[in-house]
Design a protein around this ligand. Structure first.
Ligand code: FDA
Length: 504
């Protein structure tokens, strides 16, 4: 057999990957993590690790010539984006034909770029989506374990009520209330005490300096500060950065052989390596893990993979929308980049929606109320392998997002009616558009639990091969997904270590 041998390899360093590596390390298993992005701990020329949202530079984006911000326009003008040099930056936008998917790149995966909203799904919906998983065990053991290891915390409600930084959220709450809708506080992995000190002016600002999708320089407990720090602390886990796994094959002795490309941050190929392992954990995310397995199935390096690989994909019903407020109802020039409230209308049988009240931290008054709506869209997409481009292509049409738009529209029509307000049509590109239905933050599925894998993420057709990340969840979870991804990975890896790893 070929290549450098390590007992366990984990591909990626996002939620599923980080959980697996920590628990393998604790079990004494030497584990190598391979991450295509960078380790974000070196300050750039401006003294910061990450570039901000208002003046993004090459650190913001994964090999782009121009930044591709979700709010691409303001009054139809492309004000947010900048020309940049292609570089191994922290946020990627993977553009498929009719859907674009935002993902994080670097040690910590999506935790580096996300809003930190740490939401445990309601149990009834979890049971509906994953009936084969013991919900009692999830809610008594694995969700609490995930929340505490991620260091989830809650905002001080008195501070929320009086700070100028959450005026935008209080305005949206009032308008929701006028329509008979209720809001709920959303826990976060951003350290709310740190944010209060930002407001007091005693520490460097991050959430209060409009930082989020291109990385937070302070305050956010991303995975590199929680799970991954603990994993490295076991002394058994190593992380190689700027290492992208390209192919996976199984050798005669049952071990897996990976080909891995090492590049520099400007994209120059430095080396192609072969690494072999006994236990292989895929934590490259919905897009990454699915692509690796599709490529392996279609090129014949893992020919026994099931036809379920690539199926069951969904954008968690994500729809972004914005409302225009009256001149007498400003949302504030100061807005924290970290959301604190959600409109919870999930019990509405006709159109369940959980809508995060999102900031628009432009530094000037915009009169905009922005939302990321999570809806229950039953439509699913499928990944297929494009041999010519050697990549996974997503079969998903714009029309498939119509049920999600309809649900979001029914909620925000109610809010607009109750407040005599209207939608903003200028924020999502050059055309007249009130609902952004062409991108998502929450890709889920592709290697669905119980279909492409067994009920613990063991890939069907192979021994010692596991999927650990968001690709296990069948397209929808009803809330922001990382707490669920983390808790499910905790459940699965506990079983796998006990039955497959420490026994053998
Ligand atoms: P994740 O995508 O985190 O990690 C995969 C890692 O694998 C990446 O680091 C990637 O570089 C690496 N990789 C991929 N292919 C590879 C290969 N071939 N070789 C080596 N490495 C490879 N969720 C939430 O719950 N609350 C929130 O507030 C938000 N907000 C939010 C905002 C934005 C802007 C985004 C983009 C996303 C969110 N999310 C979110 C979503 C959340 O971040 C997402 O669901 C999780 O990060 C997914 O975790 P995974 O473990 O599946 O993979």
């Amino acid at each position: 057999s070929g290549g450098t041998f390590v007992p366990a390899v984990v591909i990626g360093t996002g939620y599923g990957a980080a959980v697996s590596a920590l628990r393998l390390g604790e079990a004494g298993v030497p584990t190598l993590m391979l991450e295509m992005g960078q380790l974000w701990n070196q300050p750039g020329p401006d003294g910061n690790v990450f570039s901000g949202m208002l003046k993004p530079d090459k650190r913001s984006s994964w090999f782009k010539n121009r930044t591709e911000a979700p709010l691409g326009s303001f009054l139809w003008l492309d004000l947010a984006n900048r020309d940049i040099d292609p570089y191994a930056g922290v946020l990627d936008r993977v553009n498929f034909d009719q859907m674009s998917v935002y993902v994080g790149r670097g040690v910590g995966g999506g935790s580096l770029v996300n809003g930190g909203m740490a939401v445990t799904p309601r149990r009834s919906y979890f049971e509906e989506v994953m009936p084969q998983v013991d919900a009692a065990e999830m809610y008594s053991t694995y969700f609490p374990r995930a929340n505490s290891t991620l260091r989830v915390n809650s905002i001080d409600k008195d501070w929320f009520e009086q700070t100028e930084w959450y005026k935008f959220a209080r305005v949206s709450r009032e308008q929701a209330k006028n329509a008979g809708l209720s809001t709920t506080f959303v826990p976060n992995v951003y350290d709310w005490d740190y944010m209060r000190r930002e407001a007091d002016g005693t520490v460097p600002k991050s959430a209060l300096a409009a930082e989020v999708i291109y990385g937070n320089n302070h305050g956010k407990v991303s995975l590199d500060k929680s799970y991954l720090a603990a994993a490295l602390g076991t002394g058994k886990v190593t992380i190689e950065t700027l290492h992208q796994v390209k192919t996976i094959r199984q050798q005669k002795d049952g071990t897996y052989l990976l080909t891995v490309e090492q590049k520099n941050a400007d994209g120059k190929l430095l080396a192609t390596k072969e690494i072999s392992c006994r236990h292989l954990f895929l934590g490259a995310g919905s897009l990454g893990s699915t692509e690796l397995l599709l490529r392996a199935r279609e090129t014949g390096t893992l020919p026994n993979l099931s036809s379920e690989i690539g199926g069951g994909w969904g954008p968690n019903g994500n729809i972004m929308t914005a409302r225009a407020n009256h001149m007498w109802n400003p949302t504030g020039t100061k807005q924290s980049s970290i959301p604190a409230l959600g409109i919870d209308d999930w019990d509405n049988k006709d159109a369940p929606v959980f809508a995060e009240i999102a900031p628009m931290p432009a530094g000037l008054e915009t009169w905009v109320s922005l939302y990321l709506a999570i809806t229950k869209n039953p439509e699913r997409g499928t990944f297929v392998y494009d041999a010519a481009k050697d990549r996974a292509d997503l079969r998903w049409t714009r029309e498939q997002n119509a049920p999600a738009v309809a649900a979001a529209k029914s909620l925000f029509d109610r809010i607009n009616k109750a407040n005599t307000t209207i939608y903003r049509y200028d924020l999502f590109g050059k055309q007249l558009k009130a609902f952004a239905d062409d991108f998502c933050y929450h890709p889920l599925g592709g290697c669905v639990l119980g279909k492409a894998t067994d009920n613990y993420g063991r890939v069907a057709g192979y021994k010692n091969l596991y999927v650990t990340d968001g690709s296990l969840i069948p397209g929808s979870i009803g809330v922001n997904p990382f707490v669920t991804i983390t808790a499910l990975a905790e459940r699965n890896v506990e079983r796998v270590i006990k039955e497959d790893v420490t026994k053998s």
